[in-house]
Design a protein around this ligand. Structure first.
Ligand SMILES: *Cc1c(COP(=O)(O)O)cnc(C)c1O
Length: 370
């Protein structure tokens, strides 16, 4: 038996013709960077998100970076980011010459704790980046109020949450700029890197457009120093073929999650992910917590079951962010999450009997570890 943490080949096999047709269309067009395919994808994603504009870029990291530049983050500014997230959320702040200020998380959603964020605001704070961690929305009502109260820009890191909803509205559409990643394993994944900024602010969208093509609003007329951060047409065409399936794939993830929870929630010493009222989780990851995490991970590996620890070290404890001076206890909920989290196999094409086998194995482990 072997059950992978994720498997991208099953999805391709399920709609190979659509993908192959999209790829051929681009190759025959002879247009490979930006162009009509990318513009069409931007329109379709803006419509999906209920946003006025969408601007495609080369990765999710670039989406965050260019969005921060476009809201005016620069040297001397502070930006609030969760201590428990993928490194890109904080890296992009440093790219702008600003300082990431780490904030602890809410243990239930794994997203930035709005009260802790409020306590971290200073006169230099320019923006806050909530992350919709593992596909569960951050607490956008409190965070929107916080950003309004202090006059902060709000930039959503929705890399893990394409299609998640909060109060019925798709995440990425709650802030100045919502940022998505199309990294292959994300809920909407390309066959390479890609990203998107969605916004209702036409000026902000224009600034991102300019930044992604070397700071030019017209070819060879450069108003600012920008970047090369363009999405290519092949990725756009593949994403356009996938987008109509996204809701069904997210529904499949939710169904697997419900099966996992029904099978595991009664086990002692193990906590299943929860969906807060008014939120719709899209389970980019199905992440349980247990103090016996490392032992469980080993047992699963022995049985041929993939799992992963996202993430083992809080960002402020990473060397890149001055981690040598990190004092244990600085971000207790983030530290505890790093010790306890384990993400189980999760992708739409996972089979019911595979989910059942993972549950059985965890039950065995639970009995043995008493
Ligand atoms: C994947 C991810 C990113 C970065 O996206 P890339 O497309 O890999 O650059 C940023 N933030 C979070 C939370 C992510 O999971």
């Amino acid at each position: 038996m072997s059950i992978p943490a994720f498997d991208l080949t099953r999805q391709y096999a399920s709609f190979r013709e659509e993908i192959d047709a999209a790829v051929s269309r681009v190759i025959e067009s002879g247009r490979f960077i930006l162009g009509e395919e990318v513009e069409a994808l931007e329109e379709e994603i803006a419509a999906f998100c209920g946003a006025e504009r969408a601007v495609a870029v080369a990765s999710g990291t670039d989406a965050l970076h260019l969005a921060l530049r476009a809201v005016g983050v620069g040297p001397g500014d502070e930006v609030l980011v969760p201590a428990f997230t993928f490194v890109a959320t904080a890296e992009v702040v440093a790219y702008c010459g600003a300082a990431p200020v780490f904030v602890d998380i809410d243990p239930e959603t794994f997203s930035i704790d709005p009260d802790a964020a409020s306590a971290a605001v200073t006169s230099r704070t320019k923006a806050v980046i909530p992350v919709h961690m593992f596909g569960h929305p951050a607490e956008m009502e409190e965070l929107t109020a916080l950003s309004k109260h202090h006059g902060l820009a709000l930039v959503e890191d929705a890399a893990q949450a394409f299609g998640a909803r909060y109060g019925g509205k798709v995440v990425g559409s709650f802030s100045d700029a919502g940022c998505f990643s199309f990294f292959p394993t994300k809920n909407l994944g390309a066959f390479g890197d890609g990203g998107m900024v969605v916004t209702d602010d036409g000026d902000l969208a224009e600034r991102v457009r300019q930044l992604r093509v070397h700071g030019a609003s017209k070819r060879y007329h450069h108003q600012m120093v920008g970047y090369n951060s363009r999405l290519d047409a092949l990725q756009a065409a593949i994403l356009r073929a996938k987008l109509p399936h996204l809701e069904a794939w997210n529904a499949a993830r939710r169904a697997h999650a419900a099966t996992y929870t029904a099978g595991l929630e009664k086990l002692p010493a193990l906590v299943c992910p929860r969906e807060l009222e008014g939120s719709q989780h899209v389970y980019h990851q199905y992440t349980i917590r247990t103090e016996g995490r490392d032992g469980l991970r080993d047992s699963l590996a022995e049985a041929g079951i993939g799992s992963a620890v996202y993430y083992p070290i809080p960002l402020p404890a990473q060397e890149a962010f001055g981690g040598e001076d990190y004092r244990i206890g600085g971000f207790p909920e983030s530290e505890r999450a790093c010790q306890e989290v384990l993400s189980l196999p999760m992708f739409p094409e996972l089979k019911e009997d595979e989910v059942a086998q993972v549950i059985e194995k965890i039950k065995e482990w639970s009995k043995e570890s008493g």
